[in-house]
Design a protein around this ligand. Structure first.
Ligand code: GCO
Length: 429
């Protein structure tokens, strides 16, 4: 590997680790009865105030890059009004990384949006394209001269499709189960379900001014996907013009999609929804961020559950680190720009399994490099245990744990292991 261009580090997202992202849509939903969040992010890991401590731990372990997000809702808390103090906070983070020879890899949007954006139609309205251009221009003005190498515009631009896939699968399973039970019962409690839907829509109108807030992590319509891709392309154009030395791309959540005999067609459809639909929007980008956690195996009736006895992670994913090199190879077959592994990790309380996962995933990355695939970074998800969205604080992905009362950090063996991976790779270049 060419040492100058390979980064080994860890990733976070502002809303999940900073705490008190109070002007965001997700913060608002966390306070709602029907918002879908079982617990509130609150102070999270207080990374907003403790980022120096956390980046120092990353550095001391031997890592050389840190991927983190700017929170749009902090920087532009009111439409068209930018908060220079918050912009300075993120510039301070960039400077602290640089002072410590840590490469900052920046994400402009990581799932949370300003609440005002959702009130204006959110990610299903063309308005977001203009709003994101204005935000991107402001960021680019402030990053001028900072020597940023990589900017991700949108984290997991395909998440809306993935959520639609999950909802469709859940409905199919529900109908299948109800189909079996329906012969025994007379109908479902449709009345109850209808009342809850009405209450949810009423609460949405009170909070967002619309019964169906189009947040980034909503099921996305085909129109919404087009808007997401237009938003990304507009941001790429701005960043290329204003920050010509910065490489720009987006990240995609990509499962290693496999088929057993008879499942080929459904697997191909899924890979289209997860990846191929977005290829036209990224084909000329400098890089694509690949985010892989497991595989998805399809049979003739759709996605299959993990095999009996398969090792599962806290997320319920099959423990399958080989998914990462498989996805890198598949992406590279269609996308000839650089590939950054912007997320790869495991939710577990057994850190020995996290070490094994990283070892096998990184061995796969090395094999891809040896085959000439231009992988430029491996960013483990996540630097810190964090607020895993609608799973709350129940999923531990971090290389570093923390006590939610005292905020005291606990460094796990896996952080040192990943740091050694970096050292070993350095020595064998
Ligand atoms: C995502 C996000 C992260 C998650 C991580 C673990 O891809 O969903 O980038 O916010 O926390 O992937 O699920």
């Amino acid at each position: 590997m060419d040492r100058e261009t390979f980064y080994i580090g860890a990733a976070t997202a502002g809303h999940q680790v900073e705490g008190n992202n109070t002007n965001s849509d997700i913060w608002a939903m966390e306070q709602m009865k029907y918002g879908g969040y079982p617990e509130k992010s609150l102070d999270a890991a207080d990374h907003y105030n403790r980022y120096k401590e956390d980046i120092t731990l990353l550095k001391s372990a031997g890592l050389n890059a840190y991927r983190f997000s700017f929170e749009w809702a902090r920087i532009e808390p009111k439409e068209g009004e930018f908060d220079e103090k918050e912009m300075q906070h993120y510039l301070d983070m960039v400077h602290f990384c640089k002072e410590n020879d840590i490469e900052p890899i920046i994400t402009l949007h990581h799932f949370a949006s300003p609440k005002w954006l959702i009130e204006k139609g959110g990610w299903e309205s063309e308005y977001v394209i203009e709003a994101f251009k204005r935000y991107t221009k402001y960021i680019a003005q402030n990053l001028s001269g900072e020597g940023i190498k990589y900017i991700c515009t949108l984290n997991e631009a395909n998440m809306g499709n993935l959520i639609s896939i999950y909802i469709r699968q859940a409905k199919e399973q529900y109908e299948k189960q109800e189909g079996e039970k329906a012969t025994l019962q007379i109908g479902l409690n449709l009345e109850e379900m209808k009342k809850e839907e009405e209450a949810k829509e009423k609460e949405n109108i009170e909070v967002f001014g619309t019964p169906f807030p189009a947040v980034f992590v909503s099921p996305r319509s085909p129109k919404g996907n087009k808007i997401i891709m237009e938003t990304h392309k507009a941001a790429v154009e701005i960043l290329h013009e204003m920050l010509p030395d910065t490489k720009v791309g987006l990240t995609l959540s990509l499962r290693d999609v496999q088929a057993i005999p008879g499942g080929e067609e459904k697997a191909a459809l899924d890979w289209h929804d997860e990846f191929e639909e977005f290829l036209p929007a990224i084909i000329d980008d400098d890089f694509v961020g690949v985010q892989n956690y497991t595989r998805a195996v399809f049979g003739e009736n759709g996605e299959l559950p993990p095999e009996d006895g398969a090792e599962l992670t806290q997320m319920g994913y099959e423990f399958y680190p080989e998914g990462l090199p498989n996805v890198i190879r598949r992406v590279h077959a269609s996308f000839k720009g650089e590939i950054l592994v912007t997320e790869n990790g495991i939710a577990t309380d057994d850190d020995t399994r996290r070490v094994e996962f990283i070892r096998r995933a990184f061995d796969g990355v090395k094999a891809c490099l040896e085959d000439g695939i231009p992988v430029k970074a491996y960013m483990y998800w996540s630097l810190l245990d964090n607020f895993e969205w609608q799973s709350g604080y129940t999923m531990r992905f971090g290389l570093i744990g923390f006590d939610r009362k005292t905020q005291e950090r606990t460094v796990k063996e896996s952080l040192a292991f990943l740091g050694n991976v970096n050292r070993i790779e350095t020595n064998t270049l």
